[in-house]
Design a protein around this ligand. Structure first.
Ligand code: GTP
Length: 415
């Protein structure tokens, strides 16, 4: 029997995903028609030995309840949400809920960061782990550029065994271009290592009169992976498939494109749409689209969306119940729930894709503002309920929820 754990953080995390996370917690934001972490659940549920998926985070249970109930109905596996009493870090929650993970004595568990996107080669990862009897943790790794690698967990492996000899989380200077993807398979004995790290942290906490953060806080990367390196208990399997993180709003469009490509088969079996589609496109069955609209490539259209005559949409996500009126154009943008784009309006953003000329380049995940306090070029985002009047132009702008615009905007944040 196997289990899986998905770490989703809490409302304090995902700040770079604002304003998209104002309405929907980031782990539930729809990418290619599915909430972000449903892609993880889908991958775990495909393994028939996986009997339980535990989602650990600091969001309140009521925010997650509907999603968990929907997932229970859709997948034949136990899915539970475990709420941390405070954000305990990437290792603290895992350790706090160790008895829940160990219950039923699974032979191993997958650990997935909720904000990564991939086709999750879990079966291969498990086989790789099982082939190395001393392994407590096997990390899925990928190649990054030398320059970008320092923003991730960097690993140096023993070439023949693939054991990780050296692990540094976000190093100050170059260590290795092999980076940690935030996808792991772990043996239950890892909790012994975690107990030692936890004890050390308690000693520090109590020797400092409680001034060293929360006593239950633990970083999986720094307090568990780094000490395991060089002990023959930590391994890394390198993959070359697509992998990305969802950190900024712009990265949602990039992830959308790749998940659409992965889910092509699902779309083939859906009923053929009546409008002009340039693949890949996800169209929710309840969306109504005029036959003269042209949609795609790389567009996801949510439930109840209404798309009128002559509309053109590409590289965008349109959330539930939004309306795109006649002849409007939407490109590199996210249109929030219940938002409305007027006739002949133009809503356009700038893509923030990885540099196509650099092999292994990842997204830069630049923050909303640059050091001069100016908005960095990014996708355009319309918050929920925003109204864009007819014949206006919105370029590289972010509009907070429920704003009724009265004119055009360029490179602005509209509060
Ligand atoms: P940043 O670049 O700072 O975002 O770092 P990172 O990419 O290493 O991500 P981070 O370590 O913050 O988070 C990795 C994963 O763990 C994400 O899916 C987070 O949502 C999740 N996570 C982070 N902190 C916590 C926490 O306190 N509790 C739980 N349950 N999950 C967390």
């Amino acid at each position: 029997m196997l289990k899986a754990v998905i770490l989703i953080g809490g409302p304090q995390k995902g700040t770079r995903f604002r304003p998209l996370s104002l309405d929907t917690p980031k782990p539930l934001f729809p990418i290619a028609g599915l909430p972000l972490i449903q892609h993880h659940i889908h991958a775990c549920a495909k393994l028939k030995e996986c009997k339980e998926i535990l989602i650990i985070g600091a969001y309140t249970t009521n925010l997650m309840a509907q999603f968990i109930s929907d997932m229970q109905k859709e997948y034949h596996v136990i899915i539970r949400y475990l709420q941390e009493f405070a954000p305990l870090g990437t290792g603290g929650g895992l350790y706090h809920f160790r008895d829940q993970i160990r219950a039923g004595n699974p032979m191993a568990f997958f650990l997935l960061n909720g904000d990564v996107c991939a086709d999750f080669p879990l079966r291969e990862l498990l086989t790789f782990h099982e082939e190395r009897p001393t392994a407590l943790v096997t990390i899925m790794g990928t190649e990054a550029t030398r320059q970008q690698s320092v923003h991730y967990g960097c690993m140096v492996r023993e070439p023949s065994t693939k054991a990780v000899n050296h692990y540094v989380e976000k190093p100050n200077s170059y260590v290795s271009t092999l980076i940690n993807c935030g996808v792991y398979v772990c043996s239950l004995q890892v909790f012994h290592t975690m107990a030692e790290s936890f004890q050390k942290k308690q000693d520090v906490y109590y020797s400092g009169n409680g001034q060293n953060g929360h006593p239950g806080y633990m970083s999986w990367e720094q307090d568990v992976l780094a000490p395991l390196a060089g002990t023959n208990k930590l391994y890394a399997m390198q993959v070359t498939n697509w992998w990305s993180q969802v950190k900024t709003a712009g990265s949602a469009i990039y992830a959308n494109r790749h998940y659409l490509e992965l889910h092509k088969e699902r779309e083939k079996s859906a009923k053929p749409p009546s409008c002009n589609i340039l693949p890949d496109v996800f169209l929710h069955p309840t969306a109504s689209v005029d036959s003269t609209a042209v949609i795609g490539p790389n567009v996801s259209i949510g439930a109840g969306v209404s798309i009128k005559a002559g509309v053109r949409i590409k590289e965008s996500i349109v959330l539930n119940n939004a309306t795109i009126n006649d002849h409007a154009l939407v490109m590199y943008s996210v249109v929030g729930q219940d938002a409305s784009v007027g006739e002949w309006a133009r809503v356009e953003g700038t893509p923030s894709d990885p540099d196509p000329n650099k092999p292994f380049a990842k997204m830069d995940n630049t923050p909303l503002f640059n050091t001069d306090g100016r908005l960095n070029p990014s996708i355009t985002i319309l918050g929920s309920g925003v109204v864009v009047p007819a014949e206006t132009i919105l370029l590289n702008s972010i509009v907070l929820p429920h704003k009724h615009l009265t004119r055009s905007f360029k490179h602005e944040i509209i509060l």
